[in-house]
Ligand binder design. Structure first.
Ligand SMILES: Cc1ncc(COP(=O)(O)O)c(C=O)c1O
Length: 383
């Protein structure tokens, strides 16, 4: 078999050649003017994608490190925290807060569904106020997108800070950090930002700074006060992953050149096509259309053969990587990532591969039905 890999995991994602080439540039010292110039430009471009005028920092760490930064800088032991949990990554955010000594009230929603504002209201009235509210914009483990605008509106006039994990959606979906009143927004590099793992980006609102300054909890590498001090000279407190910064600069240029609206629409089209394709093959979908993520689709095959068998055929016979289920959905899901450097044609290939895997596994399907259904959505001429 030709040794070619097709990566459809919801992170890491494929890297555009322009980004790979940028990362191969000669190394520079990170305390010089050249790095400072690059860093300053990156931050300005990233703010466009975050749709924010807040301060923004690029951290050398993975997405979880970005979330830990958000927590380490705002949670003093004993603080009251409301964690809105719609899946595995919401769980992780809650766990981070309790690890730092937060007194966490977890409001959990069935996996595959989204945050319900009526329940948020009930908890706030019964148990509030909370210093922090934690939410996941795009829950990668279940393929749902939460309505952060509604949350932001609810908490904007309270004392609470709203901390949002947008690790698997920033750069692919319309995320309005300022309009939605998000105090701390976090993303990671290896998803829609089209980079290898290793960077996290975090924005901080004026409402959050006094809390961060007053926080007496422990932090060192993840100190936002240190990041802010260094950024006065467009620097970083510790050695940054310079090659990834080169790559980020190139990736942000690609996103801005395509245009944010075009990027958002491409992701919406790809998500709709994957869902139509899976349905046409008789497969279930975990999330309802109205809340389905544009970057990852959670397919619930519910067949006699397990998803592990299908994944094995996909990987070993075709070099195709989907992700499986996590936590309580382990062994039940196939998660197909369609974000970042992913085109409509790539999505058709994913559906074609899924069809072939089902066929090879002996499942009676109408070969071509999935691709046809997906194609029908992608062929609609642009207005
Ligand atoms: C929504 C979400 N949050 C957090 C993370 C954790 O990021 P990382 O694996 O880069 O630490 C991920 C990674 O898949 C994610 O999808």
């Amino acid at each position: 078999m030709l040794d070619k890999k097709y990566l459809y995991t919801p992170g890491p994602t494929p890297i555009p050649p322009q980004v790979t080439a940028a990362m191969a540039r000669p190394m520079i010292g990170h305390r010089g003017q050249e790095f400072a110039g690059l860093h300053g430009e990156i931050v300005e471009k990233a703010k466009v994608i975050f749709q924010t005028t807040n301060d923004l920092y690029v951290l050398t760490t993975s997405g979880t490190g970005g979330l830990e930064t958000a927590i380490a800088n705002t949670v003093t032991p004993g603080d009251r925290v409301l964690a809105l949990v719609t899946g595995n990554f919401g769980e992780r955010f809650a766990k981070l807060a309790s690890t730092y000594g937060g007194l966490v009230t977890k409001l959990e929603f069935p996996w595959g569904t989204t945050i319900n504002m009526e329940q948020v209201d009930e908890v706030w009235k019964a148990k509030g106020p909370f210093k922090l509210v934690l939410a996941t914009h795009n829950e990668t483990s279940t393929g749902v997108t939460n309505d952060i605008a509604a949350l932001g509106e609810y908490f904007a006039n309270t004392e609470s800070l709203l901390l949002v994990d947008a690790v698997s959606s920033m750069g692919a979906m319309d995320i309005r950090t300022d309009e939605w009143h998000v105090d701390i927004m976090v993303t990671g590099s290896q998803k829609a930002l089209m980079l290898p793992p290793g960077l996290a980006l975090i924005s901080v609102s004026p409402k959050a700074w006094p809390i961060i300054e007053a926080n007496s909890g422990v932090r060192f590498y993840f100190s936002l006060l240190e990041a802010r001090k260094s950024f006065d000279q467009c620097n970083t407190p510790w050695t940054p992953a310079v090659a990834l910064f080169y790559g980020l600069d190139a990736a942000l240029d690609l996103i801005l050149a395509e245009g944010l609206d075009n990027v958002f629409q491409r992701h919406a089209r790809m998500a709709a096509a994957v869902r139509a394709g899976a349905r046409a093959l008789g497969l279930g979908l975990l999330a309802d259309d109205s809340v389905a993520s544009h970057t990852v689709t959670a397919v619930l095959p519910d067949l006699d053969i397990g998803t592990d068998t299908l994944s094995k055929i996909l990987q070993e016979d075709m070099g195709v990587m989907f992700a499986g289920g996590q936590g309580q959905l382990r062994g039940r899901l196939l998660r197909i990532g369609h974000m970042g450097y992913c085109s409509e044609l790539d999505v058709l290939m994913a559906i074609a591969a899924l069809e072939m895997a089902l066929y090879k596994a002996g499942i009676a399907i109408d070969l071509g039905a999935g691709v046809k259904a997906a194609e029908a959505l992608l062929c609609i001429p642009e207005a």
